[in-house]
Design a protein around this ligand. Structure first.
Ligand code: URA
Length: 458
């Protein structure tokens, strides 16, 4: 068996064997073949796909590239959440501490920015000193002591995903159902969680643009979870405009801090509270969604969630001063204000364009070795549906490189569509998917939570 034969096999649309996947992952992780051959194989998989059995074998090989963490020493039902990737998606930073504060332990292995989407690890690492490469022992210790830990893939925990994830980001093979499935599920099974709630994003700013694709992804993830006896459910949520107001690592961390203090924007909080309620249900901490929402709300209002976040930052060596005084964080050297050229309703903010522009401003990587500019990004001042006067500020873009801001100006204007008709109010949470069913989400939480959060004056 050699890698060229395996690439040829997949290129020609043939099925790979369990042994092929074990060979690929073992050899790639021990640098027996170069990135360009792995890139060729990933592209062949992207184009020809994997059947379900192959997807499980790939997941298994990736999982076995490192150690599987045993969380049995940590009390309680451990529940994690994972998002398939969106723009402005800082939900984990709020959700993790909120659910932990409400009494369900949250072990969380996250990823970095991928394509136009941001990653939880990059957001956390925008906090000076914050360490995400904990050892499994430290991960278990933090989880036992404070009920939550955020880590990334390391040399010992799913190292295969660490390498493949970074490579996929630079070779346009992110939006592949089997590759996303193996990437997410290998991490989640390795971390030893007892249950998993997925936020499967759909829309222009998601990797999967149609409901059909997003449902297929959700069902694939749930089916792989079942193979490993990991109860998994998924919410399908809209990702057509950025979530919240901030896009970019530190800007999003700062917005998450606001949300933890009870001042999160409505769209962000609706998704965070709903996912939180599902996590509390999965952790058997509550019996109903309504009860779950109330518990999550209580964790935010009482500042328990905020204090839990402070504990995490302290545990993981982050700079506490900057968290308690976010206004002291070093600002980007340059800012560009985008004003509306027209009067009318803000009909559309193109999430994928905003994500790509933010990446080009320095918030993401074009190549896997690129350094991140943590303060770069975009702050939205308006959201879809608002009425805009000509000359009103739509957004402010930040970067430490002036030429990047200049280059972004026209693209930013093009990301906005303003017209005479008000857009129809869009649903944010579309479906709930489990092993047996795909159901419309008709749970209106507006009567359960107070949506008096500030909406556009970050
Ligand atoms: N999140 C992951 O962890 N992996 C992917 O491939 C996509 C989103």
């Amino acid at each position: 068996m050699n890698i060229i034969e395996i690439i040829e096999k997949k290129r020609d649309g043939k099925t790979l064997s369990k042994a092929d996947f074990e060979f690929i992952i073992k050899q790639y992780c021990s640098q027996q073949f170069p990135d360009y051959q792995m890139a060729a194989l990933l592209m062949a998989i992207y184009l020809k796909g994997l059947n379900f059995e192959e997807t499980v074998w790939l997941t298994d090989a990736m999982l076995n590239s490192g150690e599987k963490i045993d969380l049995s020493a940590v009390n309680g039902i451990k529940v994690d959440k994972h998002s398939t990737g969106g723009v402005g998606d800082k939900v984990s930073l709020i959700l993790g501490p909120m659910v932990a504060a409400a009494g369900v332990p949250v072990p969380m292995i996250s990823g970095r920015g991928l394509g136009h989407s941001g990653g939880t690890l990059d957001k956390l690492e925008s906090i000076p000193g914050f360490k995400t490469n904990l050892t499994p022992r430290e991960f278990i210790q933090e989880l036992s002591e404070i009920g939550i830990s955020f880590i990334g893939q390391t040399q010992t925990i799913v190292p295969a995903d660490k390498k493949i994830y970074a490579l996929r980001d630079s070779i346009a093979t992110v939006n592949s159902i089997p590759l996303v499935t193996a990437s997410i599920m290998s991490k989640k099974i390795a971390e030893g969680t007892n249950a998993l709630v997925l936020d499967v994003k759909v829309g222009t700013g998601a990797f999967f643009k149609t409901e059909t694709e997003a449902i297929e992804l959700a069902q694939n993830l749930i089916a792989v979870g079942k193979q490993y006896h990991l109860p998994t459910i998924a919410l399908l949520t809209a990702m057509d405009q950025p979530l919240g107001l901030a896009v970019g690592n530190w800007l999003e961390t700062r917005e998450a801090l606001d949300a933890l203090r009870g001042e999160g924007p409505a769209d962000l909080m609706e998704i965070t509270y709903t996912l939180g309620a599902l996590m509390l249900l999965s952790g058997k901490r509550v019996q109903t969604i309504a009860e779950g929402i109330k518990e999550c709300q209580r964790a935010i209002k009482s500042k328990m969630a905020y204090n839990k976040f402070l504990q995490v930052v302290q545990w993981q060596c982050g700079d506490m001063h900057v968290i308690e005084h976010p206004e002291t964080y070093p600002q980007s050297r340059y800012a560009l204000t985008i004003k509306s050229l027209h009067e009318g309703y803000l009909q559309k903010i193109d999430a994928v364009m905003i994500g790509r522009i933010s990446m080009k401003l320095g918030a993401g990587r074009m190549r896997k070795e690129d350094e991140i500019d943590y303060s770069a990004g975009i702050l939205l001042r308006k959201k879809e549906g608002e009425y805009i006067q000509q000359g009103e500020v739509l957004a402010v873009a930040y970067s430490n490189q002036k030429e990047k801001l200049i280059a972004a100006k026209n693209e930013l204007n093009a990301a906005y569509k303003i017209g005479p008709e008000a857009p129809l109010p869009a649903k944010r949470i579309l479906k709930i998917i489990d092993e047996n069913s795909v159901q419309d989400w008709n749970y209106d939480i507006s009567n359960l939570i107070n949506f008096s959060y500030k909406n556009s004056s970050y």
